[in-house]
Design a protein around this ligand. Sequence first.
Ligand code: HEC
Ligand code: HEC
Length: 417
Amino acid sequence: MHSGLIAALAATLLVAACGGGNDNGQAASAPAASAPAPASGTAPTLSLAAQVGEKMFFDKTLSGSGKLACASCHSPDFAYGPPNNLVVQLGGLDNNSPGVRTVPSLRYKEFTPPYSDLLDNPDGVTPPGPGGGYTWDGRAATLASQAPIPLLTSYEMANSGPAAVVNALKAGPYAALFKQAFGTDALNDTDKAFNFALSALQSYQQEDPDFHPYTSKFDLLRTNRGNYMTAQELRGLAVFNDENKGNCIACHLSGNAQGGSVAPFTDYSFEAVAPPRNPAIPANADPAHFDMGLCQATETGHSPATTPQYCGMYKTPTLRNAATRQVFFHNGAFRTLRDVVEFYNKRDTNPELFYSKAADNSVNIYDDLPAPYRSNVDMTVPVVHTRGAAPAMSEQDVDDLVAFLGTLTDGFQPPQK
Ligand code: HEC
Ligand code: HEC
């Protein structure tokens, strides 16, 4: 039993060491890294800009309906992910218009490099490939340039334009703070004021330690502050790292990564994992509608015609705090972590468990992608691809892996001695 523990620890350290060899050439924007870590228990001092951003984040008057704030979809109580089990959240002027994708957590995003077709892979082994950027398809380069998306999208906060946002800021209770942060005339010019507002949201997400607390049980182990892992969780860590079992680490990196980040549980790469089509997304009522991920992100220069090889790819999300989520993958195809792991394990060995049936009763494998793009589906996961073969993980491995994923939830309190 002890040798298992040592093997698991060694695997973690080994991975950290591998990542260290990379020169992190694309360390574009990692402002949070230089901020001194506040002593625990002390409230950090946010810059004035970040204080404005914090007010904005919780401000429902910044939506067309007056009922929706950033925090409505990105709840601080759920690692800044969705506070409910809805596959897509409701927004818009009527506050009843469905979105098209699940809400990602906003934690551990500050090291995300801008999107690149040839992002260096921090593992030092994988050749450069598509990676980086904000949203599931990488179409925003920075947190500031992401913010107009929710503010202006008709089924999200549904402002008619920047002027509507600026007017709300002018009328709101923190207009004085806004001017203190950005200058006495900061709200006079709409375009300038809107840009200040976007940078305020960015500063808040970068500066407030609650967006990157590193307080999980796994972090205590990783930083030598105590091993509170159970035997099952450690077995799960070994499954996570084992290239013949979970091989999760191939994308959900637990070592050093871009921009000096450590253990982000993503390498920001894009992959087509092919979660099954989810009829609970209203847009999917149209059989001709497909969310094609990276290849439809015109902002990054992609389209199905020019880059068909990217259709179906999404950015690898962090697994930190995944256990606090009630919907998984970009399309919310699964509702529990165990179902996600079962899917990885049996996607190709038992596709009938997950995918719809075609007219002739055959399994419509990878059914959330049009047939021409199904060859884009990643074959790193799951490990076994032969129909009917034994999957790579036993049921025990699956349970252990799920237990391990639970150790990535922030706010772990070591038992008092
Ligand atoms: C109606 C729900 C909703 C609201 C309100 C909302 N978001 Fe989001 N947010 C989403 C969804 C859905 C996505 C994923 C969009 C996509 O991939 O196309 C997302 C993605 C993001 C991302 C990218 C995260 C990543 O993993 O790349 C950031 C950052 C973000 N939102 C910040 C904000 C901010 C700041 C606000 C307020 C100005 C806000 N959001 C308001 C639903 C919402
Ligand atoms: C080849 C890269 C790759 C490997 C290997 C991989 N994943 Fe993923 N993972 C992704 C991508 C990409 C997504 C998003 C896919 C989507 O939404 O369509 C994802 C999504 C997830 C999610 C959903 C998270 C969320 O916020 O919705 C979980 C949980 C997850 N992976 C766990 C695992 C586990 C456990 C393993 C190992 C058994 C694993 N992954 C192996 C790339 C990978």
